[in-house]
Ligand binder design. Sequence first.
Ligand code: G3P
Ligand code: CA
Length: 240
Amino acid sequence: MTKLINYAHRGASGYCPENTMAAFSKALELGATGIETDVQMTKDGRLVLIHDEKLTRTAGLDAYLASIDYSDLKKLDAGGWHSPEFAKETVPSLEELLELVKQTDTILNLELKNGLVQYQGLEQKVIETVREYNLSDRVIISSFNHYSLVECKRLAPEIKTGILYMEGLYEPWRYAQSIGANALHAPRYAVLPEWVAEASRNGIDYNPFTVNEPEEMKRLIGAGVAGIITDFPDRLNALL
Ligand code: G3P
Ligand code: CA
């Protein structure tokens, strides 16, 4: 049986400001074997790691990310909102994280955030960048935008994809197969052991999110999921 992947959600976001290099490094320190992060694009086409479409909450500027160039983005403090010790953190580029990941054997879950704001060519750029770093076999691309996942599979059949969804999808493994996806990134409450088994028989993994309570982690480990996405990789590590 393959080892369950412990994905740190936005890095070790239970301890550090989400989606910063500090959060990614902390995740590795705490035993994460995977990192989940959110990918978007600046006005001048640089791939960066941030959850919200607007910079307000985590970078203190009331503007859309898509309206700002990378050089200006890098002047913003992306950690101070969490606590003063992180005030030097900036919004990382995808390349910064790939450099870190390259030095380890970590799996990377890149969530393409292209819903509210549609980034032209996001899929192509992400794939090119992952290929440049020779990390195709360690990346899984997920998205709530399933058109994006189909496009990723078309451009890069060798890179895994995972379907993000909320609430209940009926027999989601069938849907996954129909769009060529490899995994279901399901809300934790929509994961039952018999579904995990059936998905697995059909070659589809479950990677539930966002699982922070040890009891729920235990339930999902018992159900046989392939990975768990958590803000607290140390809690999961203690159970594995
Ligand atoms: O990938 C799982 C989870 O990150 C999806 O939701 O809003 O935290 O990006 P969100
Ligand atoms: Ca995410």
